[in-house]
Design a protein around this ligand. Structure first.
Ligand code: TXA
Ligand code: MG
Length: 322
């Protein structure tokens, strides 16, 4: 694939929006860092993000919106969330909020969680792109997993040239640090410190901001994505299941006549990633005692799929403090 560099004029923005509509990947500038964007409603496009970044696991992604109306179609805002949004949006603040039932977002965006990280970037070009596309755009930082976040189009090119459709070049990012993330589980909590100063958030909330400090809770996971507990099905999972046992439901991969649902009948790992959380939810709703999962090859996106499946299959620890 040849990665196009698009200018930040009307033509470039229209072209970028069109690529997103077609399920492609576009890196674009925000005030914090460059994001690698895809249509948040398109599971295959979202799987493409993980593929391009080479992420070995699925983290929930931040979804970018053009305005508050769009945000409220996706998530439920209580008074505190509305206060933060009206004070700091557009700006480097991500709010983790309850996901609405009919949001239409791919389950891969939230990694199967019932909450969603939302933000409205403070950047003219990003905002024009979001308005032209007129839909939610999921975008993690536009770098290879484990590398430094990009703040110029050249940084994006270094990591992702040949792996994504286009880069919308809008110069250097002025903040240069990812957004601050606030969740509400149940009290306002700073989950990641970032581009918006903590004391500004504290002032807006009259001091009512808890800080997520992993050292205070030795058993708590320390990455924000792991905080609100990853989605785990109620059913237990039996992995690498070649055939189905009595009473089980089967999640297939590749040609499989026993499968109740199939991640990808043609054994395509991108399609499988796109279907993973939706299929797990669907089988779980059928109240399976056990879901038997076909072997998934340990390569490409299969590594992230297997990582997620083995977490979901692990014995569930009691976590009274979370
Ligand atoms: O500044 C930024 O926020 C950049 C630019 C591109 O907007 N984006 C960014 O996205 O940093 P990303 O996807 O790399 O950051 C995702 C972080 C993860 O650490 C994830 O754990 C947390 O946000 N997150 C997202 N949704 C979440 C959720 N539902 N619950 C808890 N944490 C969540
Ligand atoms: Mg990142």
């Amino acid at each position: 694939m040849i990665t196009k560099t698009l200018n930040n004029d009307r033509n470039g923005i229209n072209r970028a929006a069109q690529i997103l509509q077609n399920g492609g990947l576009v890196a674009f500038a925000t005030e914090t860092v460059y994001g690698l964007g895809a249509d948040a409603r398109n599971g295959q496009a979202i799987a493409g993000i993980f593929q391009a970044k080479g992420r070995p696991s699925f983290n929930p992604l931040i979804v970018h919106v053009a305005n508050l109306e769009m945000a409220q179609e996706i998530a439920e805002f209580d008074d505190t969330a509305l206060k933060l949004a009206s004070t700091f949006w557009p700006g480097p603040l991500t709010l983790v909020l309850p996901l609405r039932q009919n949001s239409g977002l791919s389950g891969l965006v939230t990694a199967g969680l019932q909450t969603i990280g939302l933000r409205m970037p403070d950047h003219t070009i990003a905002n024009q792109l979001l308005t032209t596309f007129s839909g939610p755009v999921a975008a993690p930082s536009a770098n290879i997993s484990g590398k430094i976040s990009p703040t110029t189009a050249d940084h994006v090119t270094e990591g992702l040239a040949g792996k994504i459709d286009a880069i919308l070049d809008a110069g250097a990012c002025k903040v240069g640090l990812e957004s601050s993330i606030v969740g509400f589980d149940p009290v306002p909590t700073l989950l990641r410190s970032g581009g918006l100063a903590q004391d500004a958030i504290e002032r807006c909330l009259a001091g009512n901001l808890a800080i997520h400090n992993p050292s205070e809770k030795p058993n708590a996971p320390n990455a924000p994505g792991q905080l609100s507990s990853h989605y785990a099905p109620t059913a237990s999972l039996r992995l690498n299941a070649k055939s189905k046992r009595a009473g089980e439901l089967k999640l297939g991969f590749g040609p499989d006549t026993q499968a109740d649902l199939n991640l990808s009948p043609c054994a395509d790992l991108v399609e499988a990633a796109a279907n993973l959380f939706a299929h797990l939810h669907a089988l779980d709703r059928q109240k399976a005692g056990t879901i038997a999962v076909a072997p998934i090859p340990q390569k490409g996106l299969g590594i992230a799929i297997n990582d997620r499946l083995s977490r979901a299959a692990a014995p569930r620890p009691k976590r009274p403090d979370l």
